[in-house]
Ligand binder design. Sequence first.
Ligand SMILES: C[S@@+](CC[C@H](N)C(=O)[O-])C[C@H]1O[C@@H](n2cnc3c(N)ncnc32)[C@H](O)[C@@H]1O
Ligand SMILES: [Zn+2]
Length: 390
Amino acid sequence: MFEEHREGEVTFLRPPLPKVPTASMPVFYNPKSELNRDTTIIALEAFLLRSGKSDVRVCTPLAGTGVRAIRIAKEVSGIKKVVAGDANPTAIELIEKNRKLNDLTEKIEIHHSGANRLLTQYSSFHQRFDVIDIDPFGSPREFVTSAISALKPHGLLCLTATDMPVLVGIRHETCIKRYAAVPQKTEYAHELALRILLGWVVREAAAQDMGLKPLLSFSIDHYVRLYCEALEGDDNTWTAVSQLGYIGHCKICGFRSVLHGLTPSYSPCPHCQTDTMQQAGPLWVGRFAEKGFIEEVIHQADNHTIGTQKRTISLLEKLRDEVEGPPTYYNLHNLADRLNVPVPPFRIIIDELRETNEFCSRTHFSPHAIRTSATEERLTKLLLKLTKEV
Ligand SMILES: C[S@@+](CC[C@H](N)C(=O)[O-])C[C@H]1O[C@@H](n2cnc3c(N)ncnc32)[C@H](O)[C@@H]1O
Ligand SMILES: [Zn+2]
């Protein structure tokens, strides 16, 4: 019933693949998530190297085939134990086979358990984990509270969300109910999705006196992925909470404003003075990754056998270049369409804006967009000028 497959440095058994992987598979495995698992390996390696941790204990409470747990145990240095859990009994049988196949009986502990029950079981202070990886079907919402309670201070919370229609605002009301945040269907909705998820996780952690510091976050394919370091205590918690706020978007002129704090503001658009600002949030308005950490992860990408190396490095390099820029990005194809002009080469636009001291980079969120401190009005003028010059 199962077939052998290779990913990273391990061989494992997986179910035959339907055209679209669904939760009704005997055991869930999505080959499209290989980049998600590859980045997990190199992000963990970079994190453990910078923190100097050894004898590391990791928990993957939604393990599926166990491929992620097995790869972590085999490919990341300094791992003492990986606890793998799943509620599906067929998944548990498969993880046991995969553990044996990779000779990891000592290193991998298997639990047939609901994720919350497993995490709660490990939430007493001395049993907590150094790393927890939440990789669910859809939203991680129901697992975050117990994950935070089972994470050591200075531990790493890794989290996937695949409920993109909710987070980007197609299912507007569900986003409000699930994440207590208002989404907006702007051209940068994928960035708002990441910021809404991050803002919500930060609030959940803050309620347990844990301040989260995002080291790496991105949105790609069908999901958002976050890597946050957990820092204990009032000061750290307050530092995290003070990065919450709203992003306003003027429906008339496209002006964007970033508001820190959780008190709503009803002021008109500072740019065109109309009363048309739509607010998204509360969400994370700070940096969603740390440039130094991304560089360390890129370095690890060169030292590991990862099947998605080229795409992963390209993603990480875009993140590195954009992460210190302002929130939100501009889709130049949409803007050029509205102006009825061709899109000039991105390189020329980026150079022109940088020459006048504006921040400007590409963005990993969209191949059609740039992240810049320039306003839409400035971009409009630039596109018109460059079109005339061509
Ligand atoms: C998206 S899959 C995990 C994929 C895996 N992490 C990987 O990288 O291939 C989600 C897994 O969570 C399991 N699951 C769903 N709800 C659960 C729950 N409440 N507790 C434990 N496992 C659960 C499912 O059986 C499934 O195997
Ligand atoms: Zn305006």
